[in-house]
Design a protein around this ligand. Structure first.
Ligand SMILES: *Cc1c(COP(=O)(O)O)cnc(C)c1O
Length: 430
């Protein structure tokens, strides 16, 4: 069954993040997308720096007094995007050597970078330890030994935190992802052994806990439950090592609405639920001095980005309208429903120049596969060759989460709009 993104979600998102001018043309950061498409060509990702800042500041303010907010680079690793968050005060969470380089290129000092990810290679560990990384999150025994060996090679001590895969026990319904088998982190059942193993390595300095319980959380209550659980695990680690923790990383996973019926994460409810957590931290001398950190990606980068594609053809096949564009799953796998969606539902997708006579259509891409669909039941006005469509909520898990090599079209350009000016931050084909 198909679910249609209601025009309401798209309209709400446009009202929050963008605007339309008197002729109906969609603007991002004050610039008409029609002009950006003419200047930079299509397909094109456009990000609004003010939108990135707005998301960062809103979350930072909501969790002030409890946690700091870092940025998870994998959501959008373009250094220009990382730079915006860095300028807001964010550190960076990276998951590869290349993401370390991207964060460094964006000006993030290495001590504000932390490395998570279930399979860190010796080469990547050499790269980040050689570069002076702030912290590495350990996810399994072999990795623990590889980090210790890399630290030895570099003649240094590495600050590490234990990533824990939470158990089934506490929090009931609030722990959405608890208790499952996972390649990420040490199972909670093995926490004590894992602590001993780290403590036995003279080159590793255990400073904290990392818990990331699940992505796309839209309920404040769920997130608060996960964070409370994380604080409990942190207290267990601190008790076991009998010294204060320096880092409590509660992960990312804050969601944004993509589909009709998706709630918007209520930051006021999040804020209202924090006092007991703040109390837990401040009344435990082993936790009180720790830096509590969140590291969202999607929440910070998603709403500020759109993916622009140009219509190549409009055909009616046996009564159904197909809008065929130059953009597709090779640039935006998530919008095509092939990145982690079980039921394929449509991202909010709009006609850039508005228009009359809205009716349903399938928006498909140029690839020779039926998987290449950007929307299955979009409600769009009459469109013709040369018109533009925009996929909203495309600032996170867009370009670099897509199979750009498939069908060998050139990767799209990326543009950042800031202060009424557009700048190319990746050229087409690069
Ligand atoms: C992917 C990831 C994140 C970001 O997740 P979002 O759902 O985009 O917030 C944060 N931390 C780690 C360790 C991750 O792997």
């Amino acid at each position: 069954m198909n679910h249609t993104a209601t025009p309401d979600l798209a309209a709400t998102l446009i009202a929050e993040n963008f605007s339309r001018d008197a002729t109906g043309v969609l603007h991002v950061g004050g610039l008409p997308l029609t002009a950006l498409a003419d200047t930079y060509g299509t397909p094109l990702f456009v990000y609004d720096a003010d939108g990135l800042r707005r998301a960062y500041r809103a979350l930072k303010q909501a969790v002030a007094g409890f946690a700091e907010v870092d940025y998870s680079v994998k959501a959008n690793p373009n250094p220009a995007v990382i730079r915006v968050f860095h300028a807001e005060g964010a550190g960076a969470e990276i998951a590869s050597g290349a993401e370390f380089d991207a964060a460094m290129q964006a000006g993030v000092p290495p001590e504000k970078i932390l490395f998570a990810g279930p399979g860190k290679s010796a080469a990547d560990l050499d790269r980040v330890i050689g570069g002076g990384i702030g912290e590495i999150h350990l996810e399994n025994r072999e990795e623990l030994c590889r980090v210790a060996a890399a630290a030895e090679r570099h003649g240094t001590t590495v600050r590490v935190a234990l990533r824990i895969n939470p158990g089934a026990t506490a929090q009931g319904g609030a722990m959405r992802m608890g208790g499952k088998p996972s390649p990420f982190g040490f199972d909670e059942e093995d926490l004590s052994e894992a602590v001993d193993a780290v403590e036995a390595e003279p080159r590793l300095h255990l400073v904290g806990l990392h818990l990331f319980a699940g992505t796309q959380g839209l309920k404040a209550e769920t997130l608060l439950g996960q964070w409370a659980y994380g604080l409990d695990l942190a207290a267990q680690i601190a008790r076991k090592i009998a010294r204060p923790l320096e880092t409590i990383d509660l992960g990312g996973g804050l969601g944004i609405p993509y589909f009709s019926g998706d709630a918007t994460l209520d930051l006021n409810a999040l804020r209202a639920g924090l006092p007991p957590l703040i109390e837990t931290v401040s009344t435990n001398p082993l936790l009180a001095g720790a830096r509590v950190v969140l590291e969202p990606g999607r929440y910070l980068a998603g709403p500020a980005g759109v993916y622009l594609a140009r219509v190549l053809a409009v055909k009616v096949s046996r009564g159904s309208r197909f809008v065929i564009t130059d953009g597709g799953m090779h640039h935006h796998l998530a919008a095509s429903g092939n990145l982690g969606q079980i039921v394929k539902r449509d991202f909010p997708l709009v006609a850039v120049s508005g228009g009359e006579g809205v009716s349903p259509c399938t928006v498909s891409g140029p690839l020779c596969t039926p998987l290449d669909v950007l929307a299955r039941a979009a409600m769009l006005p009459t469109l013709a060759e040369g018109d533009l469509v925009a996929v909203l909520q495309s600032g996170a898990y867009g370009l670099t989460a897509s199979p750009t090599g498939f069908l060998s079209h050139p990767p799209p350009a990326e543009v950042l709009v800031d202060g009424g000016q557009a700048a190319s931050i990746r050229s087409r084909g690069d």
